[in-house]
Design a protein around this ligand. Structure first.
Ligand SMILES: [Zn+2]
Length: 207
């Protein structure tokens, strides 16, 4: 992340209530634009974000169709999303940015190509690199721009990923605390998470 968030622009399009299993959220839709790239993002908000005494609990959650929709045990994205929504509602205020960068930014088709290689023995990083991608192609500037649009300046940040922390700090958002997001996971996801820890620098203790 070498560029500032100023090149990413987001426009708030609509907002509505979203009653969920974990409580009554507000869902806010944004149209994002960064260079030639256009992206739709949605945010779940909970509680009063204007309370500056207590920094809101914030997560930037990257889309994972297989984990979230189908309950795949290849990764822990589904349980992470549920944990984040539950913790935010328990805290009483917070934001989840749902960032549509499927497959660490390579898209669903390439992610399944990578799974095919993983079925033949590659780990998640080797598979992405064999397909000609970086190990992690994600760019968090649009997600960060959404947080800035919501007026968020200080956060307790729910993440295991130092690159996301760096993206917030580069944009001038103060991370007062990093809160781990480590739901219990399947054996298969454990191997995946070990690769993320060892090759991508994720901060994961409970393996
Ligand atoms: Zn996943």
């Amino acid at each position: 992340m070498s560029q500032s968030s100023s090149s990413a622009r987001v426009e708030r399009v609509a907002e509505a209530s979203l009653p969920c299993a974990y409580g009554e959220f507000r869902i806010v839709a944004f149209q994002g634009k960064q260079g030639d790239r256009e992206q739709e993002l949605v945010v779940l908000k909970y509680g009063d974000l204007g309370d500056q005494e207590k920094a809101p609990l914030v997560r930037i959650h990257s889309q994972c169709m297989t984990g979230e929709v189908f309950g795949s045990e290849r990764c822990d994205c589904g349980p992470q999303l549920q944990m984040a929504m539950r913790l935010i509602s328990e805290e009483g205020n917070g934001v989840l940015v749902y960032d549509p960068q499927e497959g660490r930014g390579i898209g669903i088709l390439n992610k399944i190509r990578a799974y095919e290689l993983q079925d033949q023995g590659a780990d998640t990083v080797e598979a992405n690199e064999a397909l000609g991608f970086e190990a992690d192609e994600r760019d968090y500037r649009l997600a960060v721009a959404v947080l800035l649009d919501l007026g968020i300046q200080r956060v307790r940040f729910l993440s295991n990923n130092p690159a996301k922390v760096a993206a917030l700090e580069e944009a001038g958002i103060e991370v007062v605390e990093r809160v781990p997001c480590e739901p219990s996971s399947s054996d298969q996801a454990t191997a995946y998470l070990k690769t993320k820890r060892e090759k991508l620098g994720h901060l994961i203790d409970g393996l």
